[in-house]
Design a binder for this molecule. Structure first.
Ligand SMILES: [Mg+2]
Length: 376
């Protein structure tokens, strides 16, 4: 089998409500999709998402598309995707950084290979440890009463019992009071967690985390700026409530440095941050080897990207803190024929072939920025 073609699409999908982070508010989420075809016409599809152009990380959707088309695609055309690990390594010797772009290309290769073998992609990564995984929801109205009502509704309908609040923006003390009131209302029925998205300094973190810990919050995500592993290490040793690394954790080498300096108690895994599925498994191995817990993060991917992450996370035995693979629920529409299923507080891991998602090409044409004449 040979890679015959590789096409990349930038796709803008509207969300059901504004999604606030410290660095950006999402009202339309931009994903990047790739279609890789073999010489006999089998299609492998991949997806990655970034947040707010280049506001979350260095790679914007436009840069991902350009760098794949100009620098990565010529390296792999006519190569055999069955050797996707070797091809990813070869790409790495020619293209520095660009982890999201590399993850997108690898996911398309994996989908193509798994479809050719007529197996789910997770079989290429050791097989499944989980058929479903817990899935968190983000409460984001900013209004305490409305957020409590939303949480109680999801508890009753058994959709979510893990609630995350993005509290990097605004007054830290007010935000902490808001979170603690939600925890009081939810009680033992749900887990309440916070994500600061790097917005606090060490002084703010000290008094806020103390209050959150006393208030029963279960997890503190990336309180400090991503380069401050020393500060994260101090917070991790000072507090009982676990501190999670998200923006500070990307590559395998960053995982090692965080583990070495104990600059987190939990890793937020994300396939594009690490540079692909294989790389994410290696990051998970660092966590496993050093007693760090794991959590399945999201870049707010649509249904295909969520399936990619879900299948990979399903191969990791100890996903102690569950996942936040709620992306498809935040979109008004998705570009797949079949949809991700949620049941009993969990996401059901899609089954193959490949990542188990069929692309809806009419919808892709509708939402993609380019007029896509090659899509039939
Ligand atoms: Mg985060």
């Amino acid at each position: 089998m040979k890679i015959h073609s590789l096409d990349v699409y930038v796709v803008d999908l509207p969300t059901i409500r504004p999604h606030h982070l410290a660095m950006h508010t999402i009202v339309t989420q931009t994903i990047v999709m790739a279609c890789m075809k073999s010489e006999d016409g089998i299609e492998g599809w991949g997806e990655v998402a970034t947040i707010g152009g280049a506001s979350y990380c260095e790679e914007s959707p436009e840069a991902i598309k350009l760098n794949i088309e100009k620098y990565i695609k010529p390296l792999i055309i006519e190569k055999n995707p069955i050797n996707f690990d070797a091809l990813s390594h070869m790409i790495g010797t020619h293209v520095k950084g660009n982890y999201f772009a590399k993850a997108l290309v690898e996911s398309a290769m994996v989908d193509l290979v798994a479809k050719t073998k007529n197996v789910p992609s997770y079989e290429l990564f050791g097989g499944q440890c989980h058929t479903s995984l817990p899935v968190a929801w983000t409460l984001a109205s900013g209004d305490t009463v409305r957020d409590i009502e939303e949480a109680q509704n999801y508890l009753e309908t058994k959709r979510h019992n893990i609630f995350k609040l993005k509290i990097g923006k605004g007054n830290p003390k007010k935000n902490v009071t808001h979170v603690i009131k939600i925890k009081e209302a939810v009680g033992d029925a749900g887990s309440v967690r916070v994500d600061i998205n790097q917005a606090w300094d060490e002084v703010t973190s000290l008094y806020c985390i103390e209050a959150l810990e006393d208030g029963g919050v279960d997890l503190i995500e990336q309180p400090l700026v991503r380069w401050n592993n020393e500060g994260m290490s101090k917070l991790s040793s000072r507090f009982k409530v676990p501190i999670m690394a998200d923006e500070s954790l990307g590559t395998l080498h960053e995982a090692y440095q965080i583990a070495k300096h104990r600059a987190a108690d939990v890793f937020a895994l994300k396939v594009p941050k690490a540079g692909g599925l294989t790389a994410t498994k290696k990051v998970a191995a660092v966590a496993e080897a050093t007693g760090i817990s794991m959590y399945g993060g999201t870049m707010i991917e649509s249904s295909l990207g969520t399936a990619i992450c879900a299948q990979l996370y399903s191969t990791i035995p100890e996903m102690t803190f569950g996942t936040e693979l709620f992306g498809p629920l935040l979109f008004k529409d998705n570009v797949t024929v079949n949809q991700i299923e949620y049941e009993n507080f969990e996401i059901k891991i899609p089954n193959g072939p490949g990542f188990g998602m069929e692309i809806d090409k009419e919808k892709l044409k509708h939402y993609s920025r380019e007029f896509v004449s090659s899509l039939s």
